[in-house]
Design a protein around this ligand. Sequence first.
Ligand SMILES: [Zn+2]
Length: 286
Amino acid sequence: MTTDVVDAETPSRWHELAPGVLTLRTSSFGVNVGLVVGDERALVVDTGAGPLEAAELYGNVRAVTDLPLVVVNTHAHGDHFFGNGYFAAQGVAEFWATSRCSDVQADSEDQRALVADTEPAMAAGEGEHTELRPADRLVQGQPVDLDLGGVSVTLFHLGRGHTDHDLLVGAGNVLFTGDLVEEGADPAFEDSFPADWVRTLGKMMALEDLYDVFVPGHGEPVGVEAVATQLNTMRQGIRVTRLAMDEASMDMTKAIPILPYGPEQSRALLVRLRTLAHWKWLTRKH
Ligand SMILES: [Zn+2]
């Protein structure tokens, strides 16, 4: 599906999900970037993994609209926000995220190595537009409605999940979910709060009267059934992992083959649940 807001002569990487609501997949990490076009401003959801990718993305945005831009970051993983510096250099002044996301973004030097293959300057922290550019327009708890001129976009946080600061972006019937929803791959548990994530997906499903297209952080847009499937699979995965953790004598890695995920994310889920259980024990009053 090709958008009709783009000149028919121009090959476009955008897909129009609803009138004025588009998505494009970045070439490095396959992040689904969003674009929502109003009458006065346009909003970009996530900025790619560094200045090279951001420049390409910016060119694609400018093929659609010349309007002033607002940026939203779904969360503080480098593949989603390392392009902020480039967008700032193009005059973008508003970068929205949750307040916790902004704090993590400012403290993300250790993520640079993740983009070494495709963004060597960003990885080295040397060169133009390679500074970390945290969001400075903050969503603190209550949803925020942004008026783009005839089009309103809602930014909101539903609870912990893929991270402790995931922001959702609702535009018309389309919901950009960041990495809270994953299509075509396992959800990424490294920085997650698995039990909360299940609850957050439940809250997301309850929004099905408002939204019927859910744009995952990576992979194809899905319907609410896929969110339900991810929730059920995750609930089962947590149950199996916890059972293994309760078997004190059992080598927990034996649970990995029976988990509903591949080895990498099964291990990440296990490590994460074990770490969170340990924190809980440490902070308990004895
Ligand atoms: Zn992520």
